[in-house]
Design a protein around this ligand. Sequence first.
Ligand SMILES: [Zn+2]
Length: 261
Amino acid sequence: MDVDIRTDDGDRMEFVLEDANPAFANALRRTMIAKVPTMAVEEVDIINNTSGLFDEMLAHRIGMVPLRVDPDEYTLPSECDCDDGCSDCQVELVLKKEGEGSVEARHMKPTDKSLEMPNPDTILAELLEDQEIDLEARAVLGIGQDHARHQAANASYRYYPVVRHNGDELDNNVVAARLAPDKVKEADGPVEADGDVVYAMDEAIDGLEEGDTVEIVEHDDKFLFSVESVSGLKAREIVTRAIDIIEDDLDAFEDAVDDAL
Ligand SMILES: [Zn+2]
């Protein structure tokens, strides 16, 4: 299996996965979305809230704020030895703000100073002169499978297209496939280029002329992935963590098979 990164701007990443199969591609997609642990606020104790927002709405907004910690430093609450939450499995955040102005994510002060907020300017509430918010929140690691607030990423893939011009594969397959008109995309085999095909695709294919053949073949062992982080994690981290998780799952499966035989 091979991975070729096409673009990576931190939160978004596009890569090509080669020599894989649809089952693995789907497992990777699902793992990135649902099984990579992320940190998010799970419980909010409101001490005082005289803002215009209901407590539940305020707690919901706080729950959706992406938080970033080094996941290796924390344990999932279900796997922690404590009963009631401890510094291995949770971070406490205190929010106390009064008087006119916006209450933003960065106003929450965490007990773990290494906790980062990728979007510190997220507005949680607006306060008027005599209003106050005073609360304590507890953030824990969790996975998207259990709650949407822990979803790490939006991830999708499609079969990687190979485009051939007069039988020769192009270097810029993805761009050429995107420009191709439906009659080329939907054809089962090479298409003789007419004026429409040349007009649509000559930007991507050097020397394309009417009467040439153009063909798109989709490979079911090569996938174009797109990953967009919706958590505090970088897209690259989400990919590598997902692969670790799949490896661990396979190891556990192997152990189980060994025990059974
Ligand atoms: Zn604990």
